[in-house]
Design a protein around this ligand. Structure first.
Ligand SMILES: [Zn+2]
Length: 210
């Protein structure tokens, strides 16, 4: 029986801890490290202070294509793509780094990071398997997560052409669009919706121009 490298194991533990701290599900840890289920379970309880949540991983691509999640997913996907080209890192470390950058950017904008780590990880897998792709918006030029064979010529993103009900009934920290009459006071939000929206759009453009 081959002796397991202590260094490899140390790296696996370090990665697993980073993943747990980012809120990754146990299935992600099992997939991305060579540690046994029992060890991961112990590690999870030790680091998170609770048992991992049970249940299936999200299997559908639908979530990533709905309006608000799509904008978050697209931002993450752009960061991820940029990092995977720019940095010589293992695949999972690119996902970790990209996710940290995504949450930092969202916090800076005062927007709740809608994309969980597990979903972000899943998104990368979906894109690797050509179950989702990226299409350039013909209006703003940003790249957005879409069905793999979206027709690029006519594609407009959710920021340029939001769906009719977008931004309505949204809670604090979510994206809001200025659709209400200007006289109507904006409840809860300390920052005006347009400012929030432009930040996200601007952030997107910054990343997309990288
Ligand atoms: Zn657009």
């Amino acid at each position: 029986m081959a002796v397991k490298s202590i260094l490899t194991e140390a790296r696996d533990i370090e990665r697993a801890v980073a993943l747990i701290n980012l809120g990754a599900r146990l299935q992600v840890l099992e997939s991305e490290t060579n540690l046994s289920y029992e060890r991961l379970l112990r590690l999870y309880k030790e680091v998170a202070g609770k048992s991992p949540s049970k249940g299936q991983l999200p299997f559908s691509t639908d979530w990533f294509l709905t309006w608000q999640p799509n904008i978050h997913s697209s931002l993450f996907a752009n960061i991820h793509e940029y990092l995977s080209k720019a940095a010589a890192l293992d695949d999972i470390d690119v996902v970790i780094k990209a996710y940290k950058l995504y949450t930092e950017q969202m916090e800076a904008c005062g927007i709740e990071p809608l994309l969980s780590f597990t979903r972000a990880w899943r998104l990368v897998k979906f894109m690797d398997n050509n179950m989702l792709g990226m299409t350039k918006c013909c209006k703003c030029g940003g790249h957005f997560v879409t069905e793999p064979y979206e027709i690029a010529r006519n594609f407009t993103c959710g920021l340029c052409v939001p769906p009719a009900r977008a931004g309505k009934g949204a809670s604090v920290g979510s994206l809001r669009l200025e659709r209400t009459t200007p006289a109507q006071p904006v409840q809860q939000a300390a920052v005006s919706p347009t400012a929030l929206q432009s930040k996200v759009a601007g952030l997107g453009k910054d990343l997309w121009s990288l």
